[in-house]
Design a protein around this ligand. Structure first.
Ligand code: ACO
Length: 387
């Protein structure tokens, strides 16, 4: 029996639009769980606090891809694979050197990630093993893209990745031209751990939607990077820093925030679709932000952040999200503001690819409906007669 074609939505069956897909459960997934009331985040069974305290980014990547922690041997193998895949194709390095120095780093990351597919012989092979290898490649190469563009736009030599060390260590080396200390590596590693995965956020949805058409994984991650870039999503961390940096030394922070709220402006780094309490990731970042600010003599920035947190709680009952304190953490590490969202992407690529692999393993085309609000059956008016 053929299905009856429908050109209008059945409003009894689909009575309303959930703006922003609020409350819609679009997928089942074993990758992460969020309890928005308790402020709890779990990656494949492990609380984010446990992972931040005990794990490494590479171990978390394995967890997200395989839904279990690796053995020592498996982790060593994954580390070796990641190290072996760090180098960029020459054409991509040349692109980083020759593109506009004024380009937005997330746009550069988006373009360069898409280019990687052109140089991957397996780009169009949509088999699980090949998609896993491509997930490793993108995770391995994104730090080199970000650091390479930063150095190129600064007129500095683009450094080849190291053949050793963690993702965090190698990224900081390629960015700064010197090997990082233990503390800096640890802070960056924790940042990568806590940004790796987060339920059905906008960019993860994009990754799964692209996957659902049986398109390739480079296209999915390229789309996800574009989605993360927006200030309502990952782009908020840079927006937070820009807000803090435009405050005068003697700024009345409380008055400033109240003024913004009175004008119905959003304060970046606050609020969340799911959390009704503090984002558990923000707690880790706040602790690190305070420690780093003390060490780098940037307590004014940190104190302002605490004041903003308190005004937002009192005025709106809204808590910080992951983007609020990550801004001060990265800034205290000497990282350029417009790279913050790229660091988010460099970590989240593990979550995006994990979701792609999961979607591909149990796929159905993602094709929601819309409620038509336009007119119908209008008479045709020849162009000469239109006003
Ligand atoms: N500042 C001021 N008011 C806020 C904020 C904020 N940051 N966030 C929410 N609100 C208010 C809204 O004005 C709205 O109030 P109203 O009901 O009186 O109109 C109410 O809280 C609900 O806000 P919505 O924007 O409708 O909530 P939604 O779930 O659609 O949005 C979002 C969530 C986009 C994160 C929102 O809180 C926001 O814009 N925050 C600032 C941007 C940001 O930090 N984004 C990063 C999120 S985390 C991430 O993606 C990595």
């Amino acid at each position: 029996m053929t299905k009856k074609a429908v050109d209008t939505i059945d409003t009894d069956k689909y009575p309303h639009v959930n703006k922003g897909l609020d409350g819609i459960v679009a997928f089942s997934s074993s990758k992460s769980a969020i309890d928005g009331d308790k402020g709890e985040l779990i990656y494949a069974g492990y609380n984010i606090d446990t992972l931040a305290e005990n794990s490494t980014f590479e171990e978390v990547a394995f967890l997200l891809w395989f839904d279990r922690l690796p053995t020592r041997k498996e982790l060593d193998e994954l580390n070796d694979q990641l190290v072996a895949e760090r180098h960029l194709p020459d054409t991509v390095v040349n692109y980083l050197k020759n593109t506009s120095k004024d380009a937005e780093p997330m746009s550069v990351l988006r373009t360069a990630t898409s280019m990687l597919g052109d140089f991957d012989e397996e780009a169009e092979i949509n088999e699980p093993e090949a998609n896993f290898r491509k997930s490793i490649r993108m995770t391995a190469k994104m730090p080199a893209i970000i650091a390479g563009f930063q150095r190129a736009r600064d007129g500095k030599e683009v450094l080849a990745p190291l053949k050793e060390g963690s993702t965090a260590y190698d990224f900081l080396y390629m960015l700064n031209g010197e090997r990082p200390g233990e503390k800096a590596e640890k802070v960056m590693d924790i940042c990568l751990i806590i940004h790796a995965e987060h339920g059905m956020n906008a960019s993860t949805f994009v990754s799964r939607a692209v996957c659902s058409t049986q398109s390739d994984i480079y296209s999915a991650i390229t789309g996800a990077i574009g989605s993360l870039k927006g200030p309502l999503h990952g782009g908020a961390n840079a927006a937070v820093m820009n807000m803090l940096l435009q405050l005068d030394d003697d700024a009345d922070v409380e008055a400033y925030i109240k003024e913004q709220l009175a004008e119905r402006k959003k304060i970046m780094g606050f609020g969340h679709r799911v959390y009704r309490t503090i984002d558990p990731r923000a707690k880790h970042l706040q602790k690190m932000a305070k420690e780093l600010a003390e060490e780098t003599d940037m307590m004014t920035l940190y104190n302002w952040s605490e004041q903003i947190q308190s005004v937002m709680k009192n005025e709106k009952g809204i808590d910080p999200n992951v983007d609020f304190f990550s801004a001060t953490v990265y800034y205290s590490m000497g990282i350029k503001t417009d790279l913050f969202t790229c660091i988010f992407a460099m970590s989240r690529v593990t979550g995006w690819t994990a979701h792609f692999l999961e979607q591909a393993g149990n796929n159905r085309l993602i094709r929601p409906r819309q409620l038509y609000t336009g007119k119908k059956n209008l008479p045709w008016v020849p162009i000469e007669e239109r006003s």
